[in-house]
Write a protein that binds this ligand. Structure first.
Ligand code: ZN
Length: 324
């Protein structure tokens, strides 16, 4: 008997279990329903109060394993992934989800579930690349009774080759070809009528903060109205340029062609009191510290783009007592 082809091997996963005898980590409960509704902005009264039911679209939420995951997960899904990875289909994208609701879920319902690999498609070519669609069906039960099904489809694929040969190392910023490639250049700010004045200021090397004409509150980033009093009239004050690092993160991942990770992104508190997100430059990313005094400067990235950034301030002024 001939050994199975690759297509036969992946097809053989159809019908195999992806999760067996799963148990929801929490019964259906009001706090999770409330958080969900707040996040979705869903104020339907059916989801609140003593006789609340869970929003049907929460179906999958009751089965999620969280950071700690579920035990007893089937190995078939991982094996299928490994097989597809090995065939070069290393990327994955979620494509769609279908749910079917058979009975409402209410606080107190205990959730169990099973999932199986319902189908593995033949090889398909999409705009993203070529690969296979995998559909998983999860049956969600409450008190042992089928409450709904959740079908989840992904595409496991090999990314379509664009024109990679023209850019051997797309993240190498020292290569001028890469800088001039719009895909590798720094993202442009979205300038609209609400923030145009800010960017006009940047062009003149002024960092402008909005000031409410009603209550005098300063605000940044720019907004059409005042959060404090609702007034729509405003003028601007120019920032002195002094600030401190209020907080920061160091970006390692994901890599993005316009940036060279790792790099520090600072939340800088200006001496006027407002905060802004910007790069902290002129210092290694791992030397950025909360409370570090910084000074505004304008950095040019290319012919069109200049941005306000912050550089650690001169330390000369702290010489008079070592207080720092
Ligand atoms: Zn105001």
């Amino acid at each position: 008997m001939p050994s199975p082809t690759y297509e036969e091997r992946i097809k053989a996963y159809e019908g195999r279990a992806a999760a067996v005898a799963g148990v929801g980590k929490d019964p259906v409960n009001e706090p999770m329903i409330r958080h969900w509704c707040e996040a979705m902005g869903d104020t339907n009264p059916a989801y609140a109060g003593r006789h609340a039911m869970a929003p049907p679209t929460m179906l999958q939420a009751w089965t999620m394993g969280g950071l700690s995951g579920h035990t007893g997960r089937s190995e078939a899904y991982d094996e299928l992934f490994a097989l597809l990875d090995g065939a070069g289909y290393t990327s994955v994208v979620a494509t769609d989800c279908e749910q079917e609701y058979l009975r409402p879920l209410r606080p107190g319902d205990e959730i169990t579930f099973d999932a199986l690999i319902e189908s593995v498609s033949g090889r398909k070519t999409t705009k993203l690349g070529t690969g296979h669609f995998i559909t998983t069906r999860m049956d969600v039960r409450a008190g042992g009774e089928l409450a709904g099904t959740h079908r989840f489809r992904i595409l496991k694929y090999a990314p379509a080759q664009g024109k990679p040969k023209e850019q051997p190392s797309p993240t190498d910023r020292s290569n001028p070809k890469n800088r001039s490639n719009p895909k590798n250049s720094r993202p442009r700010p979205v300038i609209n009528r609400d923030n145009a004045g800010f960017w006009e200021g940047v062009a003149r090397h002024q960092l402008l903060i909005q000031r409410c004409c009603g209550c005098g509150a300063l605000r940044f980033p720019w907004l059409p109205g005042c959060n404090a009093c609702g007034c729509l009239e405003w003028d601007t004050v120019e920032a002195s340029g002094d600030g401190t690092v209020y907080s920061y993160v160091v970006m390692h991942h994901p890599p993005f062609p316009a940036f060279d990770p790792p790099y520090a992104v600072g939340l800088v508190e200006l001496s006027e009191g407002v905060r802004m997100v910007s790069n902290v430059v002129g210092v290694p990313y791992d030397k950025v510290r909360i409370g570090m005094p910084v000074r505004l400067e304008f950095q040019r990235y290319d012919e069109e783009l200049e941005l306000p950034v912050f550089r650690p301030g001169e330390t000369g002024e702290s010489g008079e007592g070592g207080g720092g």
